[in-house]
Structure formats: structure tokens, C-alpha cells
Design a protein around this ligand. Structure first.
Ligand SMILES: Cc1cc2nc3c(=O)[nH]c(=O)nc-3n(C[C@H](O)[C@H](O)[C@H](O)COP(=O)(O)OP(=O)(O)OC[C@H]3O[C@@H](n4cnc5c(N)ncnc54)[C@H](O)[C@@H]3O)c2cc1C
Length: 376
């Protein structure tokens, strides 16, 4: 049976970064992926993922984001590939909503450059935005997007170059703790290792059934639309955005990679899903949910459909991540439950896990992500 220092289960956004960071620190690592590297059945496909610094969700994400930006740039330099595109970011909504208040709080606490714009000033500066008068926006110049599939390929290739062994199309069927190590059984073989990292995204609950209630997969749908006014939605003219509206929370990005601007709605139609059984067809109701937001707030984008796809969130009860060691088996680590906003952090999550595996902890404050917060 082949023996490794560490096995990483799942080579999506988080697992590919983890395999790379471990390999970089001299760890003999095996990464196991059930599908291809990359693939479009998990949480990390669709070309782009928003990155933003004035994090409305909680100010304590900001130091992690600063490090994530550094590590994305470092990975670009190592691989010679563009992975991070800066467009500026907009956090919008009514003055007292969580998004605006939270973005301003993070900007103030962490001294981030930002500008507050009313709906009219926002439209004057970025004409694609046509928000109602009662809404306002926090503009932050460092926002942008990460190229998600390319980032997975970059981390995986960089990991391989450092000796990591990565296997696609090899599903992990079970794992068990054996003394201070682990044994992993897959569709092809059995392996042993000193440490195990579970970065299985929407499937994490299958590998940790006791924690499945904390990591609930949810069906999402994305749309790319050809803008009626292309100049308002091109790179450089249209910052990425998050917007809290009466209909729900919309997000979007400029035209890139597909001939259309990209729009989505958090929690889409509120459909929890089994990732192996999820409905991956696109229905008229899916498009209607997204078109409602586009028509009302971005009418100049409301042209023909260019592409649509399904994707999966993995939601925790408080929508903060889970990054922690297993309560019973300290040689087993879990990074999951990224609740629809994790990809931008993948670079730093890989580093945090490598620090936990090798040094027993991270210098970054990850107290928001520990499992203990869910214990009554
Ligand atoms: C529509 C949509 C839009 C999003 N927008 C943003 C955004 O703009 N910005 C942002 O930061 N985040 C965003 N997110 C969230 C972000 O994409 C996710 O948080 C992130 O991709 C999660 O990565 P992951 O590694 O946990 O999961 P995944 O990338 O899905 O990786 C898990 C991997 O584990 C593999 N696996 C699972 N079980 C097994 C097994 N038993 N054996 C072997 N392999 C296994 C899977 O096949 C998969 O490849 C979005 C998500 C969606 C769905």
C-alpha cells in the first residue's frame, strides 16, 4: 500500500491550492479527485469568481484577503499565467442594509481606499448600473475576479512540478483513522498517510457524515447575457458587484471569457441538492429569476442569452467557512462549507491548511471558521 505524508481528497478550488502549498513545503502529497481536473460538476467552474477586499460579511476576512491577493499574484508569477483581473468592486443596497454597512465597516477598520456613491453618481461613473434612488454603493478599487478553472490548473501544475502526485477519476470511497495516521480506500486502490485533508466541496458531508448538517449543498444557476450597450459592460467600464435588493442578493461581472456579462443571484431558488442527483438542466424559471434582476437594475445588459450553467454552493448555518481539525482525529483536517463566497480565498486556504498540518496552527486569525462555534 502506497504511503504518503498527506492525502488531499478533492482537487477543486481548495484542494488544488492545498496540494500545492503542502508540496511546496516538502510534504509527500497525494491528491485524489473523483472527476477531471478541472471539471464542471462541483463549485469551481464558470470561468470567473469575484474577489473583493471591503468584505461586508465580516471584517476579519480582510487580513486573509490581503494574503490571498499576494498568493494569487505569486502563483501568476510562478506559472506565467494571468489569474487575477482587477476591475474595482461595488457593494450596493439601501443605506442600512448589511452589504453597505458591512463593506463600510471593513473599509474603515482596515483603512481600505473606497468611495461612497449615490445611485446617480454610480450611474454617472459606471453607466451600466441603474440602481433606484434609495440605493447607494461602496466602490473599492481593488476588487476584481479570479479565473477559477485556470487557478485550479495553475495550482495543480505547480504542485506536480514539486512532486505532488495527483490522480483524477479516482473517487474516495471511505477513510479511517489508524492510530496516528489514516487509511483511504478509493475506486482504484488503498493508500495510507500521516495526515488527511478533506476539501470535497459539496460532497464533504458524504466523507464526514456526522458534520453533514453543517455543509448543505444548494443548486445555483449562472447566466451570461450579451449587453445591449456593450461599452458599459466591458472590462474597465463595469466593476464586479454584490447588490442587496428587495428581490434578493445579485452579483455580476463584466464581459470576460464568454461573449456576455455574467449575473447570478445568491441562493438562486433556494433548492438544497444532493450533488450526485442535482438537476443540472436549465429551466425557464431559472432564467426568469436572473432576468428579473438584470432588467430592473442593469437594463442595458438585458440582451440575448449567451450561456447558462448550474453550480453548487455548500452552505454552513452562519455562512462562514469551516477550516479546522477533526474533533476526534487531529490528523484529519476539513476545509469546506464555503457558502458561495470561498473561491477568492483558495490561495490562502491552501496556505492555512499547510500551516495547520505542519505547524499545528496558522498565524492568520481563523477563529471565525472553527467547528466549535456550532457546538451548543
Ligand atoms: C454559481 C457560483 C458562484 C460563485 N461565485 C463566487 C464568487 O464570485 N467569488 C467567490 O469567492 N466564490 C464564489 N463562489 C463560491 C466558490 O466558488 C466556492 O466556495 C469554491 O469553489 C469552493 O471550492 P471547494 O474546493 O470547496 O469545492 P470544489 O471546487 O467543488 O471542490 C471539491 C472537489 O472535491 C471532489 N470530491 C468530492 N468528493 C470526492 C471524493 N469522494 N473523492 C474524490 N474527489 C472528491 C469534487 O469532485 C470536487 O472537484 C461561487 C459558487 C457558485 C456555485
Amino acid at each position: 500500500m502506497a504511503q504518503y505524508d498527506a492525502i488531499v481528497i478533492g482537487l477543486g478550488g481548495m484542494g488544488s491550492a492545498t496540494a500545492y502549498r503542502l508540496a511546496r513545503r516538502g510534504v509527500k502529497v497525494l491528491g485524489l479527485e473523483q472527476f477531471d481536473i478541472p471539471h464542471d460538476r462541483g463549485s469551481s467552474h464558470g470561468i470567473t469568481r469575484i474577489i473583493r477586499l471591503a468584505y461586508w460579511e465580516h471584517p476579519s476576512y480582510v487580513p486573509l484577503l490581503r494574503r490571498a491577493y499576494e498568493l494569487w499574484r505569486e502563483l501568476e508569477n510562478i506559472t506565467g499565467e494571468r489569474l487575477l483581473v482587477i476591475t474595482g468592486s461595488i457593494d450596493a443596497g439601501e443605506e442600512n442594509c448589511d452589504t453597505v454597512k458591512g463593506a463600510l465597516l471593513s473599509a474603515q477598520i482596515h483603512n481600505l481606499p473606497h468611495t461612497v456613491l449615490d445611485a446617480e453618481a454610480l450611474h454617472a461613473r459606471f453607466p451600466g448600473y441603474r440602481l433606484p434612488q434609495e440605493m447607494m454603493a461602496v466602490y473599492q478599487p481593488d476588487g476584481g475576479f479570479v479565473l477559477c478553472e485556470r487557478a485550479i490548473v495553475a495550482h495543480a501544475t505547480a504542485a506536480q512540478a514539486l512532486g505532488a502526485e495527483l490522480h483524477a477519476r479516482e473517487e474516495v470511497l471511505s477513510w479511517e483513522a489508524t492510530g496516528s495516521g489514516v487509511q483511504v480506500r478509493t475506486s482504484r486502490a488503498r493508500y495510507t498517510a500521516d495526515r488527511l485533508v478533506i476539501t470535497a466541496g459539496p460532497w464533504a458531508g458524504n466523507l464526514m457524515p456526522g458534520l453533514a448538517w453543517l455543509m448543505v449543498p444548494e443548486r445555483q444557476v449562472l447566466i451570461w447575457v450579451q449587453p445591449r450597450q456593450p461599452e458599459h459592460f466591458r472590462l474597465g467600464a463595469f466593476p464586479v458587484f454584490n447588490m442587496e435588493a428587495p428581490e434578493g442578493r445579485f452579483y455580476g461581472l463584466p464581459v470576460y471569457g464568454i461573449p456576455g456579462a455574467k449575473f447570478g443571484k445568491y441562493h438562486h431558488r433556494g433548492e438544497t441538492a444532493d450533488p450526485d442527483q442535482m438537476d443540472r438542466e436549465i429551466h425557464p424559471e431559472d432564467e426568469a429569476v436572473l432576468r428579473e434582476g438584470i432588467r430592473r437594475y442593469f437594463p442595458d445588459a438585458d440582451g440575448p442569452t449567451m450561456a447558462m450553467t448550474t453550480c453548487l454552493f455548500t452552505n454552513t448555518p452562519d455562512e462562514h467557512f469551516i477550516i479546522d481539525a477533526h474533533a476526534e482525529y487531529p490528523q484529519v483536517y476539513l476545509a469546506a462549507g464555503f457558502s458561495g463566497h470561498g473561491f477568492k480565498f483558495a490561495s490562502v486556504v491552501g496556505e492555512i491548511i499547510a500551516d495547520m498540518v505542519l505547524e499545528g496552527g496558522s498565524d492568520l486569525d481563523i477563529s471565525l471558521f472553527l467547528l466549535g462555534r456550532f457546538t451548543p
